[in-house]
Design a protein around this ligand. Structure first.
Ligand code: ATP
Ligand code: MG
Length: 390
């Protein structure tokens, strides 16, 4: 008997040549340039220097798309304030540090915003235009030189904003985890960049305003490539058991199971994907992604997980059924389960909790629209007809 996956619903064979070309050009367009990456590296070192000035021994450690490789042009930088001597116990830190640091950046001409409605405080700093910094002390002349040069040859991302977090036990870990997955198959990163761009264009990427974070979309893509498409594009790296001599630090952190398989040579050899290599084009994968989430995935009862065999759990079994209030660091916030995306390590955390009812409806509506557009673009019959009647 032939095996029909949850994702495939095509009865007319579609031709994805045009969609693949289109998606490839979008991906090329949104990828950051080499000079942007150099500039961001310079800015990161400056930010670290400012932290170190205020709290000797402190620095910022990048995570998010800078680490995972899923950054788009002009993307924010995500970093964590870290202190060598008291790491990894940021709770014992001076709780005024976010405010004192905010002042420090203000003094140097950065635009500063301290967010406290979030789960943990986030300090947003935006780089000043070079040359306009009052009292700025460049860390080294070469760093300043590179900064100036890269901005002059590639003028558009003048203001790069950097989110500084103060407590993020697993963000660094999950960014490296996603990076490992992205190294398994180039189509993962390509799909992520395309979906991120789509979600931004359609105004579906605003976690503070009721829709989903990029991280949430990345998990949706990963689930699709690990569990749904047949044969899978990605193996499930969390289900391959660790060797007995694996150091504990690779297996557990803050009481969470953080193990995942990291041996890229075995990943590349393909022996982790016994079903054979998936040869689908980027265009087809994107279409099937949208189709899966609009017609097969049940938003009402199901939870996207990427850690479990099969990758789908039920809200009922996770107890993710009704909204509840939680008391955070500086505010209370709501846990909602309208769109349920289980974090790969912090499995009690719903990455989709930022989505309200209206947000979920819009995301689903836009996915439906995208799937229809791709179907039209990829139906050979329609193009032949259009040609004949023209
Ligand atoms: P962008 O380029 O749009 O900023 P990104 O790839 O950096 O995208 P973000 O959504 O900014 O993705 O997430 C960066 C990191 O922040 C993730 O790796 C994750 O650790 C953490 N993160 C973001 N949103 C959530 C969330 N809802 N729950 C838990 N962690 C999150
Ligand atoms: Mg980010």
């Amino acid at each position: 008997g032939s095996h029909v996956s949850r994702g495939s619903r095509n009865f007319i064979p579609l031709d994805y040549t045009m969609m693949t070309e289109y998606a490839t050009s979008v991906v090329q367009h949104v990828r950051p340039t080499e000079s942007e990456l150099v500039m961001k590296d310079t800015i990161l070192r400056r930010i670290s220097d400012i932290c170190n000035n205020l709290v000797p021994g402190s620095r910022v450690v990048p995570f998010g798309s800078l680490v995972s490789g899923f950054a788009t042009k002009g993307a924010d930088m995500d970093v964590i304030f870290s202190h060598d001597t008291i790491e990894p116990q940021p709770s014992s830190m001076d709780s005024n540090i976010p405010i004192r640091l905010a002042n420090e950046f203000l003094k140097r001409g950065f635009e500063v915003d301290l967010l406290i409605r979030t789960r943990v405080p986030i300090l947003k700093v935006k780089t000043p235009s070079p040359g306009l910094e009052p009292g700025s002390r460049p860390s080294s002349p070469s760093a300043e030189h590179v900064l100036k040069e890269t901005i002059e040859e590639d003028p558009w991302p003048e203001n790069i904003s950097c989110d500084i977090g103060f407590k993020n036990h697993l963000g660094i870990t999950n960014s490296h985890f996603l990076r490992t997955y992205s190294q398994c198959d180039p189509r993962f990163g390509e799909m992520v960049l395309f979906i991120k761009q789509w979600s931004k264009n359609r105004d579906l990427n605003s976690p503070y305003f009721g829709t989903l974070s990029s991280y949430g979309y990345v998990l949706m893509v990963a689930h699709f490539l690990i569990n749904i498409v047949q044969p899978p594009v990605l193996p499930n790296l969390q289900l391959i058991p660790p060797e007995p001599d694996t150091p504990l630090s690779e297996v557990s952190q803050d009481g969470y199971n953080i193990w995942y398989f990291k041996d890229l040579s075995r990943i590349e050899s393909g022996d982790l994907l016994p079903g054979g290599k998936n040869e689908m084009s980027l265009g087809q994968l994107i279409h099937e992604f949208f189709q899966y989430y609009t017609t097969n995935f049940n938003f009402v009862s199901e939870v996207v997980t990427i850690r479990t065999p099969g990758g789908v759990m039920y809200k009922q079994e996770k107890g993710w059924t009704s909204a509840r209030e939680r008391v955070g660091e500086m505010t209370t916030y709501q846990d909602r389960y309208l769109l349920a995306l289980e974090d790969p390590f912090e499995i009690s955390h719903n990455v989709g909790r930022t989505c309200g009812g209206a947000g979920v409806r819009r995301i689903r509506g836009e996915m439906q629209r995208a799937a229809q557009m791709i179907r039209k673009l990829s139906t050979p019959f329609l193009h032949e007809n259009a040609g004949r009647h023209a």
